[in-house]
Design a protein around this ligand. Structure first.
Ligand SMILES: Nc1ncnc2c1ncn2[C@@H]1O[C@H](COP(=O)(O)OP(=O)(O)OP(=O)(O)O)[C@@H](O)[C@H]1O
Ligand SMILES: [Mg+2]
Length: 483
């Protein structure tokens, strides 16, 4: 036991001389508090935090066990030791079984036994406390690491993955011009456009080219989380604000102070969340869940929606006042079908990107393949084109160009996936195990791709595969599109 502070203990016994002798035995090792009955004992517990309590079972007003159950509500952590006479054994054993008592000590007791029992009790208390403290520290350290991780990841992203915005169509040139104008400002931006048109790419470009680039770009998909979690992600929480909140947590708005918060899929927020966001935008202050204090933050807000947000306002699904706060500077990204002239540029850009990433030399795209690419439809817009090229680069022979055949991954259109006959898992399956497994795999892949609307990354994630792994399976299993 450490030299500095002796552990505190409380002793309750109705006989003064017993109390005295207990005190003499224990005072060398402990700071001892004494009480002649349960009531007085509880008084002491209201003021002193003790490591252990020693109480006699036989006391006139309140028995030892009764006293313990009251003491427990005041100091649940204190280790309880009962002094018993011969006739109390049954009570003592029951109390131990019910968790009321840590140990019992029979009369007459040996001073040395008593000292050891109480030392053990205090040590137990210290270890439990230390354990709790370490757990808390670990949790706080984890949170800090998560925050730092985010910053580091972002740094890496900035160096290696910072993508250019590609496009020379009039529609894209207009977008790029708008982006250049707002980069040096703090203006709130609303990005709209169909899925895969490059909203997040533009949001990053605004942040990483502007005066806030040294601070965090924090992105949050507002559709991905239930309200309480979303609120805690964005605004943080105090320890105990809800069941799982075991330590304080900083929210994205606070982490991104001086930087940018990207609110993705803003159209999917609940009315309650919309109201909270409105308050943040109006006041420039956030209040962590469970906290009474507000924090001033300086963040630039960029939000995005792939649904027409104003239409949602008219339908009464999105708050009009919030819409106007977000829509200070609207930018709408045109769908790829309205800028087909960008397709060759984008396609070549993605070939270079994936060839480099896979360490493969690719001699461009054949004329025939390019014609197919320019003509086809892209409901998934640029992301869909990117997926097709990534797959084609996987399939291409090293040194060769991208050929039309490797695009018969027409398969990648997000509608009407096919190629899998429904496989019945009940009854007697026909075919070899290998055939049946392949058919099942195919069916599962098709279903997953349907679910993710052709988004390969998401599908790979759901299936527990890498993107490359999924592409290989798609190819091997012959997943195709019905036209
Ligand atoms: N103009 C462009 N130049 C280069 N790459 C682009 C361009 N537009 C989009 N991309 C790429 O296409 C992919 C999809 O873009 P992004 O994630 O920004 O789309 P989004 O509009 O946010 O889609 P969603 O609404 O589905 O979230 C990304 O990998 C992005 O880098
Ligand atoms: Mg996006």
């Amino acid at each position: 036991m450490s030299e500095q502070a002796k552990p505190k203990i409380l002793i309750v016994d109705d006989e003064q001389h017993v109390l005295n002798s207990l005190f003499r035995t224990l005072r060398r090792d402990f700071e001892v508090f004494l009480a002649l009955n349960g009531r007085a004992g509880l008084e002491i517990l209201r003021e002193q935090e003790v490591a252990a309590i020693l109480a006699d079972q036989r006391m006139p007003e309140m028995s030892g066990v009764e006293f313990f159950s009251a003491a427990r509500t005041l100091q649940p952590g204190a280790v309880r030791v009962l002094i018993t006479g011969y006739a109390d054994i049954e009570v003592a054993v029951r109390a131990i079984n019910e968790g009321q008592v840590f140990h019992y000590l029979n009369k007459p007791w040996e001073p040395e036994d008593l000292r050891i029992i109480m030392q053990r009790a205090a040590e137990h208390y210290r270890l439990v406390r230390e354990n709790q403290r370490l757990l808390r520290e670990l949790e706080i350290a984890n949170q800090q690491l998560t925050g730092e991780n985010r910053v580091l990841k972002q740094e890496i992203e900035k160096h290696y993955h910072f993508e250019q915005v590609i496009g020379r169509s009039p529609a894209m040139l207009k977008v790029i011009e708008l982006v250049k104008k707002i980069i040096p400002t703090d203006t709130t931006v609303l990005l709209q456009g169909e899925t895969g048109t490059g909203k997040e790419l533009i949001a990053r470009a605004i942040h990483y080219n502007g005066p806030r680039q040294k601070k965090l770009f924090a992105t949050q998909n507002c559709a991905a989380l239930p309200d309480t979690l979303l609120e805690s992600e964005l605004f943080g929480h105090k320890k105990g604000a809800f069941t799982d909140a075991s330590a304080d947590k900083k929210g994205l708005f606070a982490l991104a102070d001086g930087g940018t918060v990207f609110l993705d899929e803003i159209g999917d927020t609940s009315p309650a969340m919309q109201q909270r966001l409105l308050r943040v935008l109006q006041e420039g202050e956030i209040r962590p869940l469970g906290s009474t204090a507000t924090i001033r933050v300086d963040v630039r807000i960029i939000s995005a929606s792939n649904r027409d947000l104003y239409a949602a306002v008219r339908r009464g699904e999105f708050r009009e006042d919030l819409f106007y706060r977000l829509n200070v500077f609207p930018i709408t990204l045109p769908p790829l079908r309205e800028r087909r002239e960008d397709i060759p540029l984008l396609a070549n850009h993605f070939v270079r990107k994936y060839a480099m990433r896979m360490g493969k030399r690719i001699g461009g795209i054949s004329a025939e393949a390019m014609t197919i690419l320019v003509r086809r439809d892209y409901p998934g817009n640029v992301r869909e084109l990117e997926n097709i090229i990534e797959r084609a680069v996987v399939l291409a022979d090293p040194g060769d160009e991208i050929k039309a055949e490797s695009l018969q991954a027409e398969a990648l259109a997000p509608v009407a996936w096919s190629g899998a006959e429904p496989v019945s898992t009940s009854g007697t399956p026909s075919g070899t195990l290998k055939e049946t497994t392949a058919a099942l795999e195919k069916q599962l892949i098709v279903q997953t791709l349907e679910k993710t609307k052709g988004n390969i990354s998401q599908a790979a994630n759901l299936l527990g595969l890498s993107r490359l792994g999924l592409y290989k399976k798609i190819d091997r299993l012959g997943v195709k599109i019905k036209r």
